[in-house]
Ligand binder design. Structure first.
Ligand code: ASP
Length: 597
């Protein structure tokens, strides 16, 4: 019997004791069916929750028959009366005090056998969940992720709107923006042989908005980077992108902090204290081995170069001779870890080709506390001085790492620290450690390519006092850049931009970008810098990553509605796919694929 499903009286999670005796009209999915003592029961579900339907053959014989033949995930509409469940109340359901005695049902659509059950406790394979994403969406915990994502997006928009930011859409079909990844290219049909690049970020466009006088811009925008997806990356991802004119670093940081406060308030109902702490990149690398330190726990790296001058270990000697450093890290109570685990850290974290991970244990020997195992015999002569400096006690394991620089030693010790933190269970739960990392080097030297690369992007301004060193000592020039780090994860990164044409030229030159190349790629920006550019700066947040952190999801795929797999494929649509020969012809393209053997 047709039921006006478009005029539902309630959503499935809504009817309660106050509706007892009332007629209700509901629609949704069959979550589960049961037969009990001649009565048929159906749990009806929509995004608000579950309600129990009761079909009584004495009261509605046809309906009872239909109910007995229902499959999970059939879509139905029903009418009936809300009645008390008496002593069968289900305290787990918001609707648990009532059930609906059905007196009319319409099956709106039938579900075929399902690839996985929506009402299961345990998860189907990720591939199945992505292939049948719409079924996966029907699970309340999956819906909640996207509803939280919606709330956070709305909070961000409201915040920036209230602060006077203008949302301006920037193009997707554009030219390359240098952010350090490979571009996705789109061939032009009307200009065969020419290609658009999908934007890696709206970087130049937002700068032009400032030069155009918009003063403040913010956009939640899709960006595209054709990266190897080993790490948890997605080829298309969402960024909160913003830019402000007539500002210095602190102004951008304060605007971001206001936004972060809102994100935590609206996302998790948490109050975050601002201003957030700041740490220089140098300090972060020296203390934590990385420019995005996880400050929720200790186990900091310590510089013991001066102490180990006479230690007869070749790898220490080499580092000292090369004017490098020797660092160490004390893992408290780590002697409880088995030798297999400790030795395994070397291969698992540092890699088989890595430099090796020397360590020693501090144990209770006959003559008192003593280094034992590992490189004990080499470091015994400096035991007391070392223990005093680094605070090692019985039960601890001391790890060592030499390097030409703090960065190099940190590259190996940082992952060991992270791994040990999990093994030793020292990461406090429910803690949100936010901090700014500032004063990054402007450029870094690439040994392989023998040239300087931007640490951020080529539009980042150097610190004013470092400008004279751009030519003489580029490696020591610091940038007006800032990264926001949360629990050891980079959540946002930005900078004050170069707003002077001559300095932009100088930086292009330093980066080996010739005048012709700069002109071919960024002439419009160079022009704009000549026609009155205000000082400006901004930042971009990885929006997906924020949602991942707030929901505790383990991968970006969980917080993106239709993500790609690690092989950059969409299991649902099967994108990317081949195209027809005539489409290629129209574009003037010919495939030249490597032969498969
Ligand atoms: N364009 C930068 C990025 O996407 C962010 C910025 O500098 O504002 O990482």
């Amino acid at each position: 019997m047709p039921i006006p499903y478009h005029k539902r009286t309630h959503r499935c999670g809504e009817p309660n004791a106050s509706d007892i005796g009332q007629n209700v009209r509901l629609a949704g999915w069959v979550h589960a069916t049961r037969d009990h003592g001649g009565l048929a029961f159906v749990d009806l579900r929509d995004h608000t929750g579950l309600v129990q339907l009761q079909f009584n053959p004495d009261h509605y014989a046809d309906g009872h028959k239909i109910a007995q033949a229902l499959h999970n995930e059939d879509v139905i509409a029903v009418e009936g009366k809300a009645v008390s469940r008496g002593d069968r109340v289900n305290p787990k359901l918001a609707t648990g005090e009532i059930e609906v005695q059905v007196d009319a049902i319409e099956v709106l659509s039938e579900a075929s056998p399902l690839p996985f059950q929506v009402n299961d406790e345990f998860d189907a394979s990720e591939d199945a969940c992505l292939r049948y994403r719409f079924l996966h969406f029907r699970r309340p915990e999956v819906q909640e992720v996207f509803r939280l994502r919606h709330r956070v997006g709305r909070a961000i928009r409201e915040y920036f709107n209230a602060e006077g930011f203008v949302e301006i859409e920037t193009p997707f079909l554009t030219k390359s923006t240098p952010e350090g990844a490979r571009d996705y290219l789109v061939p032009s049909r009307v200009r065969p042989g020419s290609f658009y690049a999908l934007p890696q970020s709206p970087q130049i466009f937002k700068q032009l908005c400032m030069i155009g006088g918009f003063d403040r811009y913010a956009q939640i925008v899709r960006c595209f980077r054709d990266e190897d997806l080993r790490a948890d990356r997605q080829p298309e991802f969402t960024q909160l992108d913003m830019e402000m004119a007539f500002v210095q670093r602190d102004d951008v940081m304060a605007a971001v902090e206001g936004c972060v406060k809102r994100i935590f308030k609206d996302g998790l109902d948490l109050d975050i204290k601002t201003p957030l702490p700041q740490m220089s990149e140098r300090e972060a690398v020296e203390r934590f081995g990385i420019d995005r330190p996880d400050t929720r726990y200790g186990m900091e790296l310590q510089d013991i170069t001066e102490l180990v001058g006479d230690v007869e270990l070749p790898m220490f000697r080499e580092a000292i001779q090369a004017r490098g450093v020797v660092k160490c890290m004390v893992a408290k109570n780590a002697t409880s870890l088995t030798r297999k685990i400790l030795d395994g850290l070397n291969e698992e974290v540092i890699g088989i080709d890595g430099p090796g991970l020397p360590y020693t244990k501090m144990t209770d020997g006959e003559g008192g506390a003593t280094f034992s195992t590992g490189i004990a015999k080499f470091v015994k002569p400096i035991q007391s001085a070392l223990c005093e400096q680094v605070g090692a006690e019985v039960g601890d394991v001391v790890f060592f790492m030499p390097g030409r620089t703090h960065t190099e030693a940190g590259k190996f010790l940082h992952p060991v620290r992270t791994k040990l933190a999990t093994l030793l269970d020292v990461i406090p739960k429910d803690r949100w450690d936010l901090l700014w990392v500032v004063d990054f080097p402007l450029v870094e030297w690439d040994e392989d390519e023998q040239r300087w690369f931007s640490m951020h992007h080529p539009f980042t301004a150097p610190l004013d006092e470092d400008i004279p060193k751009l030519e003489s000592d580029p490696g020591s020039v610091r940038a007006k850049a800032y990264d926001l780090v949360l629990n050891g994860v980079e959540m946002a990164g930005g900078s004050i931009r170069i707003h002077r044409h001559d300095i932009q030229q100088q930086v292009f030159k330093l980066l080996g970008i010739s005048e012709e190349e700069a002109s071919a790629k960024f002439q419009f920006l160079l022009d704009a810098l000549r026609f009155g550019a205000p000082p400006h700066g901004g930042i971009a947040f990885g929006f997906d990553r924020w949602i991942m952190m707030l929901t505790g999801a383990e991968s970006l795929r969980e917080v993106i509605a239709y993500p790609k797999t690690a092989r950059a494929v969409c299991p649902m649509t099967d994108a990317p796919g081949p195209v027809a020969e005539d489409q290629l012809e129209e574009l003037g393209l010919k495939l030249n694929l490597p032969k498969k053997d």
